[in-house]
Design a protein around this ligand. Structure first.
Ligand code: GDP
Ligand code: GDP
Length: 435
C-alpha cells in the first residue's frame, strides 16, 4: 500500500516548491487532458521502487477561525489525521515563529511520525539552522532546500523507511481484477456493492480499520477473481444506517492507487461536482483504467435520459476512452454489463500491442494526415512499439518530434484506438528523437 505523506507548515515556507519537485514528472501527463483542472494538492511521488502519495495541505492557519482560512485549516487537520506520516516544514532563515509553535503543539499530540523539514538552508550552516528548531520538541530534523534539491532524498528515504514496498505487493495481486467503487456520499456505492456481491461468491472479507481505510472484498465470477475496494463500507442487510458519511478525498485516492480499475459512480439526478473531477484527475494521473457508472437510472423519462447522457459526456469529455454504464444498483439493472466493462477495462490496460501493427497504423495515419510543419521542421514519424503496460505506453521514434502538437498526438491516439480495443484504459504516447 502506498503511504500517504501530509505536508504541513505555515504559508510561504516552501511547501508547494517541495510538492512540485516531488510530483513534477507526473504533472505533464495530466496537462494533456484538456478541460480537466487538476487539484494540485494531491500527487504521486516515487523514490526508487517506493511510491507514495503526497498531500500539500496548503497554508495551515490555526489562528484564524472563520472563512476560507478556517476551511483550509480544517482540511490540513483532516489530512494529518488520515496520513501515515507528516512532514512539517519550517523556514530555516526565519527561525521559529509563533505559528510554527502552534502547529508543533498539534503535531506532538499526533500518533504518527513527524519529520521537521527545515527549508531554505542552502548556503547556511546546517547545524546552526537546525539547532534553532529543537525548541519545537520534535526530534526528526532535516535541513533541506526545496528549491535547490538539497537533503530531500534523505528526508523522503527516511519517511518511507518504515513502510512496506508497495511495488512488491502489487505483483502479488496481479491476477485479481481489483476495482475501487468511488463516488460522493449517497450516489449508491454501498447499494451497488451489495448488489454485486448478492450474486457472486464472496471469498474473503476485510473489515476497515481507520476512517481512511476501505473494505476489501474478494469474490469470484465465472472462474475469474475480483477484489472490490469498497470505500463506502458495506452496510449489512437489514442494518442500513442512514448516516451520511463524510466524503474523504484521501480515502478515495488511496483506494484508486490500489485498484486496477476505478468505477466512478455518479447519481443520474445530480450534477458532476468538483470532488468528482478531483478524483477523476487523480485516477488519470495514476494511469488507472476508468469505468463510469451512472446510477439511479430507474424511473427516468426517455427525454431526461437523453439529456443526462449528453450532459455527462460533455462534462466528462476527458473520459472519452471510458465505457459509460447506465445502471440501477437498487433494481439490479445493468450490473452484468458493468462487470463486463470492468473486465474489459482491466484487460485493455494489459493488452499486448504488436510492433508491426503499431507501425502500420502509424504510417497509415501519417499518410492520411501528415503532421504540420513548424518553422522549417516537419516531424518525421518512423516507427512505433509498445513501451509498457497498465496503462499501455506507445513509443514513437523519428525526427523533429518535439514540434508535434497535442492535437496531432490526440489524432494518433484515436487511430490506435480504432484498431486496438483499449476501451477503459488511458493510453500514453511518447516520442523518441533519433536526431
Ligand atoms: P508555500 O506557501 O509553503 O507553499 O511556499 P512556496 O513553495 O510558495 O514558497 C514560498 C517562497 O519561498 C517562494 O518565493 C519560493 O521560491 C521560496 N522558496 C521555496 N523553497 C526555497 C528554498 O529551498 N530556498 C529559498 N531560498 N527559497 C525557497
Ligand atoms: P452511498 O452513500 O454512495 O453508499 O449510497 P447508498 O448505497 O447508501 O445509497 C444512497 C441512497 O440511494 C439509498 O437510499 C439507496 O436506496 C438509494 N439508491 C441506491 N441505488 C439506487 C438506484 O439505483 N435507484 C434509486 N432510485 N435509488 C438508489
Amino acid at each position: 500500500m502506498k503511504p500517504i505523506i501530509a505536508l504541513v507548515g505555515r504559508p510561504n515556507v516552501g511547501k508547494s516548491t517541495l510538492f512540485n519537485r516531488l510530483t513534477r514528472s507526473k504533472d505533464a501527463l495530466v496537462a494533456d487532458y484538456a478541460g480537466l483542472t487538476r487539484d494540485r494538492h494531491y500527487g504521486d511521488g516515487r523514490i526508487g521502487h517506493k511510491p507514495y502519495i503526497l498531500v500539500d495541505t496548503g497554508g495551515f492557519e490555526p489562528l484564524i477561525d472563520s472563512g476560507v482560512m478556517y476551511q483550509m485549516a480544517r482540511q490540513s487537520e483532516q489530512a494529518i489525521y488520515e496520513a501515515d506520516a507528516v512532514i512539517f516544514m519550517v523556514d530555516g532563515r526565519n527561525g521559529v515563529t509563533p505559528q510554527d509553535r502552534l502547529i508543533a503543539n498539534k503535531l506532538r499530540m499526533v500518533d504518527k511520525p513527524v519529520y521537521v523539514a527545515i527549508n531554505k538552508v542552502e548556503g547556511v550552516d546546517k547545524i546552526i539552522a537546525v539547532s534553532d528548531f529543537y525548541e519545537l520538541g520534535l526530534d526528526k530534523m532535516y535541513p533541506i532546500s526545496a528549491s535547490h534539491g538539497d537533503g530531500i532524498h534523505k528526508l523522503i528515504d527516511d519517511v518511507l523507511r518504515g513502510f512496506k514496498n508497495a511495488a512488491e505487493e502489487e505483483n502479488a495481486n496481479a491476477d485479481r481484477i481489483t476495482f475501487a467503487v468511488i463516488g460522493r456520499p449517497n450516489v449508491g456505492k454501498s447499494t451497488l456493492v451489495n448488489t454485486i456481491l448478492g450474486e457472486e461468491r464472496v471469498i474473503a472479507f476485510d473489515e476497515a480499520g481507520t476512517t481512511r481505510d476501505s473494505i476489501y472484498i474478494d469474490f469470484e465470477r465465472n472462474d475469474e477473481k475480483f477484489t472490490i475496494i469498497d470505500t463506502a463500507g458495506i452496510r449489512r442487510k437489514g442494518k442500513v444506517t442512514e448516516k451520511l458519511e463524510k466524503f474523504s478525498v484521501l480515502k478515495a485516492i488511496k483506494a484508486i492507487s490500489e485498484a486496477h480499475v476505478v468505477v466512478m459512480v455518479l447519481d443520474a439526478h445530480l450534477d458532476i461536482a468538483e470532488q468528482d473531477a478531483t478524483i477523476v484527475g487523480y485516477a488519470l494521473e495514476a494511469g488507472k483504467s476508468v469505468v463510469v457508472a451512472i446510477n439511479k437510472w430507474d424511473h427516468l423519462k426517455e427525454d431526461e435520459r437523453q439529456r443526462i447522457k449528453d450532459d455527462v459526456k460533455t462534462k466528462l469529455h476527458f473520459l472519452d476512452f471510458a465505457k459509460y454504464n447506465y445502471i440501477s444498483a437498487l433494481y439490479k439493472k445493468g450490473i452484468n454489463e458493468l462487470i463486463d466493462s470492468i473486465r474489459g477495462a482491466y484487460h485493455a490496460a494489459f493488452l499486448k500491442l504488436s510492433t508491426p501493427k503499431l507501425s502500420r497504423i502509424l504510417s497509415e495515419a501519417v499518410n492520411r494526415q501528415p503532421p504540420a510543419y513548424k518553422g522549417n521542421f516537419r516531424p518525421k514519424l518512423r516507427y512505433a512499439h509498445q513501451g509498457g503496460s497498465n496503462p499501455p505506453l506507445i513509443i514513437i521514434h523519428g525526427n523533429s518530434l518535439h514540434t508535434i502538437q497535442k492535437a496531432y498526438t490526440k489524432y494518433l491516439e484515436r487511430s490506435f484506438r480504432k484498431v486496438f480495443d483499449l476501451t477503459g484504459t488511458p493510453l500514453r504516447i511518447e516520442y523518441k528523437n533519433s536526431d
